[in-house]
Design a protein around this ligand. Structure first.
Ligand SMILES: Nc1ncnc2c1ncn2[C@@H]1O[C@H](COP(=O)(O)OP(=O)(O)O)[C@@H](O)[C@H]1O
Ligand SMILES: [Mg+2]
Length: 234
């Protein structure tokens, strides 16, 4: 579904990614793990079209997307759930969710999709008319995922969805990611919570200093010596 081939990405003169290749198949959960500043977010923002690679290519459903503007990529069905949630702080939860289906063809199904989001996250229904500013970190993260669901993407890009959340909310977030996959979505999951991410992912890639150093089936990688030492603390 998604195929990244040998991309090099720069911020000005500083190179952030070297020769990165990665694929995500339909209905797969693939996780991209790595330490702080390894380049994980850069991979996601490159897929979303906010940065363009200096070389290499990004294909989605057989189509080159690496020179497309971000809104076109959203229209093709890729939705990035941002680090920290984002959103319009002085608007209500429901207004924020509705913004997720601003694309006209989705607007008609808005009510149904909203019900689906409220079913997945009952707490958002309870707080539908509350301003986003007044939500907790966990609730904002759920709202960010909810807004993404409203845009009915084919593929979700999650950027550290468990970051800074309480353990119960983390468990809930991982449950929702699995639920999305069970409903037919495809997921690229960036996480520092390596153990949990590997448990739900089919395959994993390890990024170190802007380079993919290990890739494979999650089950196998959980036995990998380097991964056990560096990322699982075993
Ligand atoms: N907007 C930016 N401008 C310049 N450098 C950046 C920018 N965003 C990230 N970087 C640099 O690129 C590298 C990778 O960052 P990032 O992709 O955010 O890593 P991660 O998400 O794995 O923590 C880091 O060295 C970071 O300082
Ligand atoms: Mg990051």
């Amino acid at each position: 579904m998604l195929k990244i081939s040998s991309i090099d990405v720069f911020y000005g003169k500083a190179q952030a990614l070297w020769d990165v290749s990665l694929t995500v198949g339909e209905k797969e959960i693939v996780t991209l793990i790595g330490a702080n500043a390894a380049g994980k977010t850069t991979v996601l923002t490159t897929i979303s079209g906010l940065i363009h690679p200096a070389s290499g290519s990004v294909e989605f459903l057989g189509q080159r997307i690496d020179k497309m503007p971000p809104y076109r990529i959203v229209e093709l069905g890729i939705s990035q759930v941002r680090e920290g949630g984002g959103g319009f702080l002085d608007m209500s939860v429901q207004e924020n969710l509705e913004m997720g289906s601003y694309v006209s063809k989705l607007w008609k199904q808005k009510k149904e999709t909203l019900e689906l989001v409220y079913q997945i996250f009952p707490v958002l229904k309870e707080r539908a008319w509350q301003l986003v500013r007044t939500l907790s970190g966990g609730e904002r993260q759920m709202l960010a995922i909810g807004r993404s669901i409203m845009s009915k993407p084919k593929m979700f890009l999650f950027d550290e969805p468990s970051y800074g959340l309480a353990p119960l909310v983390i468990a809930e977030t991982f449950r929702v990611i699995q639920e999305l996959r069970n409903q037919g979505s495809t997921i690229l999951l960036v996480e520092q919570n390596v153990r949990r991410a590997m448990q739900i992912a089919d395959r994993a890639y390890v990024l170190e200093n802007g380079r993919i150093v290990i890739e494979g089936e999650s089950k196998e990688l959980m036995q990998n010596e380097h991964i056990r030492k560096a990322y699982l603390g075993i």
